[in-house]
Design a binder for this molecule. Structure first.
Ligand SMILES: Cc1cc2nc3c(=O)[nH]c(=O)nc-3n(C[C@H](O)[C@H](O)[C@H](O)COP(=O)(O)OP(=O)(O)OC[C@H]3O[C@@H](n4cnc5c(N)ncnc54)[C@H](O)[C@@H]3O)c2cc1C
Length: 485
């Protein structure tokens, strides 16, 4: 049994969303048996549980709503197999450092925040730039063990526990059978981290990935590794206008070579980067309006150069030119482009911090929505039109390969902040009408539940609630995440 502390440091009451909660106690289990003991202790004491990884989440998912905090950040064991078996508190940084000694393999999911734990990543189905080729965290999980709300354990191995249509049956380690119906909706076939993942005859491991800690607590994860590509080329192409950049995105997606990532920077992003350039990053000439970064992973230099050659042909047909393109073929050049790209979120945050000094009520407003391929241009036009109409300052950048850009509204006043919030809700309606998702990677947590309700409707939410009750009848695990119990 882990020690139960009633003295809770203030940091454990919040996450990166800046939302703050309350709790009665906290424990730091070191293994699966201790998680189960803490869960049984909480049940015996009528307490709900909020699970925490590194608390880097942006939607308040790890912020407690009273009861007990189960902090898994000390569960750090890594076991080498052909792939990797990890405890949930291992961070992405630690996975990468561990794999350095093996040299020829890597773990593909790459959220920007590398101090995130693998338990948090699996729970939110986190993703990053390279998920365009390698998928989100879901695609890199081969098996998992979870502790359920009564302390029982379930072990799931990809391909071995499948639903039959919309019906499922699972056996816990103690022999208890949990069975019932999956929700009636179908998760859209786009990048998404909104609500329970549901498909006909689905792999039940996928039901738990992205469930934001509401169905069970990941106590162990078996991770899939990828062979490290021998050659990685990065291309930053600049355009004189945004429609050309969008045409290029469509053209690159139509080529036979699948890039690892396709990232976007609108004209406001480039302006911000001009004024916040990091040392060592290249300068952006004044007449470059919009940029698209494409990264190719290949088996050797010849294959990579062929891929980039075909991409450059597409570039010519879209108003771009090789003269206005940076091509990085080695680590040094790629690092310069990386410095350039990574300056952007930092610049946004420092601008907001500056503005908060005059009015602390102001925060960044960042969207996380995605749409199907054929709605991308419509979505971008909508974003620009509404922001220009309201006269709001903003930058748009992100994972355009998956039609998933982050609009960051940069309010100067509380009035602009309120206008931005209202606009965000209107965009959510439009995105849902386009068949899109209200969260593509950050999840719903406690802050975006009104957005999930819009997307799923009352019936979809009730279906999820019904499913949760099969695993967690008293709603003890992460209450308030995704929906009110
Ligand atoms: C600067 C910055 C950049 C970011 N960039 C990205 C990005 O590029 N892509 C992206 O997807 N996200 C990004 N994020 C969001 C965040 O890093 C991810 O959501 C990450 O997966 C959270 O991991 P964590 O360990 O911090 O989880 P926490 O914040 O501690 O928890 C997140 C959720 O997971 C649950 N949880 C945690 N551990 C477990 C477990 N073992 N079992 C069950 N549930 C669990 C929690 O209850 C909570 O609901 C970013 C955040 C920041 C601050």
């Amino acid at each position: 049994m882990p020690e139960i502390h009633s003295d809770i440091g203030p940091d454990y009451l919040r996450d990166e969303s800046r939302k703050t909660g309350t709790a009665d106690s906290i424990s730091f289990p070191l293994n699966e048996a201790e998680i189960a003991d803490a869960v049984r202790w909480a049940a015996a004491n009528g307490q709900c549980i909020t699970t925490q990884g590194a608390r880097t989440g942006l939607t308040g998912g790890a912020v407690p709503s009273g009861g007990h905090i189960l902090n898994l950040s000390r569960m750090k064991t890594i076991t080498d197999r052909d792939d990797l078996i990890v405890q949930p508190g291992v961070t992405l940084d630690e996975i990468r450092a561990h794999l350095k000694s093996r040299g020829n393999v890597f773990f593909a999911p790459d959220p920007t925040e590398t101090t995130a734990t693998i338990g948090g990543m699996a729970s939110c189905n986190a993703s990053g730039a390279r998920s365009f080729r390698y998928g989100a965290t879901r695609e890199s999980i081969l098996a998992a063990r979870l502790v359920l709300a009564d302390g029982d354990v379930i072990a799931l191995c990809r391909g071995q526990c499948m639903a039959t249509g919309r019906n499922f049956r699972l056996k816990t380690e103690s022999g208890r059978v949990i069975e019932g119906d999956l929700p009636s909706y179908t998760t859209p076939a786009i990048k998404t981290a909104s609500g329970y993942f549901v498909r006909d005859s689905m792999d039940l491991l996928d039901l738990f990935i992205g469930s934001e800690g509401t169905l069970g607590i990941f106590s162990e994860l078996h991770l899939k590794l990828q062979p490290w590509p021998a050659s990685v080329w990065g291309v930053m192409a600049f355009f004189g206008k945004e429609p050309d950049a969008l045409a290029f995105v469509h053209a690159v997606r139509g080529l036979k070579d699948k890039p690892a990532s396709i990232e976007f920077f609108d004209s406001c992003s480039l302006n911000l980067l001009r004024s916040h350039r990091l040392e060592g990053a290249p300068e952006v000439p004044a007449d470059y309006h919009t940029a698209v970064y494409v990264e190719y992973h290949a088996a050797d230099e010849d294959e990579a150069s062929g891929m980039v050659e075909r991409m450059c042909e597409a570039l010519d047909g879209c108003g771009g030119s090789e003269d206005r393109t940076w091509i990085a073929t080695d680590d040094h050049e790629r690092e310069r482009i990386r410095l350039f790209r990574h300056a952007l979120p930092e610049a946004v945050n420092s601008l907001i911090d500056e503005r908060r000094k005059t009015d602390p009520a102001i925060t960044k407003l960042g969207t996380d929505m995605a749409v199907p391929d054929d709605r991308l241009d419509e979505l971008m036009a909508l974003y620009h039109a509404s922001l220009e109409r309201l006269g709001l300052e903003y930058v748009i950048f992100g994972h355009i390969g998956s039609n998933h850009v982050h609009v960051n509204i940069l309010p100067r006043t509380v009035k602009q902040f309120e206008q931005g919030k209202a606009q965000y809700l209107e965009w959510a309606d439009a995105v849902i009408r386009m068949g899109g998702t209200v969260s593509a990677e950050h999840g719903i947590g406690k802050l975006k539940t009104p957005f999930l309700l819009k997307m799923m409707g009352a019936r979809g939410i009730e279906d999820m609630r019904r499913l949760k009750r099969l695993f967690d009848p008293q709603c003890r695990l992460n209450p308030g995440n995704l929906f009110a119990c």
